[in-house]
Design a binder for this molecule. Structure first.
Ligand code: SAM
Length: 334
């Protein structure tokens, strides 16, 4: 099954909560996500049975990778039970986390059937990191989480968002730290997701610039993609000490290869990270739809999908979503 541009549906990202215990300044700034912010109520969230039914329908249409995200997925109570349910399906189950709860949860996640994990870490410098997460969370505890995941037998990747004037000086220290480990580090360009992070082009440190910064310290060369449509461009260290990835969503959009869709914690399906509207699958599921009807709805939505936000934005001078409110990363799931 392919969409209007011939793209298959391969990946489903499932947000299990819109809440997070961090307040990263570029994602959930305190002045917006403060005490009076209205997060989703428990009854508004899809329950684990509902999530599993939607995931099963997606797998029946060709999805091979399920990624749990949020918000912070590890703060959803009983997340291990959901992983156990999803691991019964014919798809890889992965999760993206800030690692704050990993030291105590890594083994249970692995035992439940989690295949791989991605940890977000934007700085090796403790004061920069504390300022970025804005809840004074120390780098050391994230590193403990990564180590707990490794010890539990989980394959770990590390993602770093680079924002000019905030953490570009951390690119080389991050590279230095992770090239001594089995974990692949990937740098992500700061993206214009949502409406609350006041994104501006000048704050984007391009993948090309990141490559230059690293190459000056540790020479690197391009490596072959592992598969067609791989989001991160691979670069390997010339001295054989591993590789890094670059996700150039802004300067080199990859809409043409985008095989991802996303379900928000309240069950809305979005076919683009930069979408303004979702499709309400919770209403369908709660109205008694069968598994076949759920799969048919997903297929119907996917077949007409024509999203290519990043390509359009990079081609024109006008934001394709101008005048409309894009959904927040913490809501749709990173
Ligand atoms: N709480 C989990 C975590 O920290 O990984 C999962 C959700 S978080 C929204 C997922 C990822 O999105 C994080 O790595 C975060 O840095 C990234 N992110 C948030 N806003 C972003 C933006 N505007 N551009 C690029 N990445 C962003």
């Amino acid at each position: 099954m392919v969409d209007a541009f011939g793209r298959p549906l391969h990946d489903l990202r499932i947000s299990v909560t819109d809440r997070c215990n961090f307040r990263c300044t570029y994602c959930m700034p305190k002045e917006v996500f403060g005490h009076d912010y209205r997060f989703l109520d428990r009854k508004e969230l899809l329950d684990f049975e509902e999530i599993t039914r939607l995931a099963r329908a997606a797998v029946s249409l060709g999805v091979r990778k399920l990624r749990l995200t949020g918000g912070e997925p590890l703060i959803r109570r009983g997340i291990e039970d959901l992983i156990a349910m999803l691991s019964e399906l014919d798809a890889e189950v992965t999760l993206t986390t800030n690692a704050s709860l990993l030291p105590r949860k890594a083994q249970a996640l692995k035992d439940a059937g989690l295949d791989r994990i991605t940890v977000s870490l934007d700085s090796m410098d403790d004061s920069t990191f504390r300022a970025m997460n804005d809840v004074d969370f120390p780098v050391e505890r994230v590193l403990e989480g990564i180590e707990a995941a490794r010890a539990a037998g989980l394959h770990v990747k590390v993602n770093s968002v680079v924002k000019r004037g905030v953490n570009e000086q951390e690119v080389v220290p991050l590279a230095r730290h992770f090239r001594e480990t089995p974990h692949i580090l990937r740098f992500i360009e700061f993206m214009p997701v949502g409406e609350t992070n006041h994104w501006h082009t000048e704050e984007v440190v391009s993948a090309a610039e990141i490559v230059e910064l690293i190459n000056a310290e540790f020479p690197i060369e391009p490596a072959e993609a592992n598969y067609r449509g791989e989001v991160a461009k691979r670069w390997r260290y010339k001295d054989g000490k591993g590789e890094i990835g670059l996700i150039a969503s802004v300067t080199q959009p990859f809409c043409g290869d985008c095989t991802r869709s996303r379900i928000s914690a309240e069950g809305k399906l979005y076919t683009c990270l930069f979408a303004v509207r979702g499709h309400d699958l919770r209403a369908l599921i709660r109205s008694g739809a069968t598994d076949e009807q759920l799969a048919a709805k997903l297929a119907q939505i996917w077949r007409v999908r024509g999203d290519r936000y990043s390509e359009l934005r990079s081609q024109g001078t006008v934001d394709p979503a101008v005048g409309e409110r894009k959904v927040e990363m913490s809501y749709i799931g990173g």
